[in-house]
Design a protein around this ligand. Sequence first.
Ligand code: ADP
Ligand code: MG
Length: 154
Amino acid sequence: MHEPNHSRINLPDEAATAAFAALLAHALQPGLVIYLRGNLGAGKTTLVRALLQALGYTGRVKSPTYTLIEHYEVAGLHLRHFDLYRFRDAEEWEGSGFRDDFDGRNICLVEWPEQAAGLLPPADVSLTFEILQDGRDVLLHAYSDAGQKCLNAL
Ligand code: ADP
Ligand code: MG
């Protein structure tokens, strides 16, 4: 039997986003690559912030808008939070050292993965945020066994 590799959830408000982030936090395994898709203001950074807080991180979680990446170590996990909105070209990728961040151990959460298409390793999971009149819908997709395990654990 195959589990469905995608599903959709509704997050009526920011508290629902935080509750979902807490579930996801506890379904993470080292090495997972998670793409976060959706327009500006859709809730990608909000999800990562709530996820880190659910893991026990008490510091400030800044959007990596300008730095492109932020590093976190919490609950025995190594996380990398990317925001590639301002990422421009392949040369920047080579110079950035980002390739080394995808080492099979770090959990990589990537906003705007389409900006580095062809450079980024493939996702295990993608979360696509859709802005509704009230709240958000999130489409969850798994692309690997590890990704499927993660979604099954939610
Ligand atoms: P992104 O990183 O996708 O550009 P942000 O997380 O920075 O978006 O901003 C998302 C905005 O939407 C924030 O103002 C946040 O309070 C709000 N928000 C997050 N989740 C929800 C939700 N489920 N329903 C309504 N508003 C939300
Ligand atoms: Mg963001």
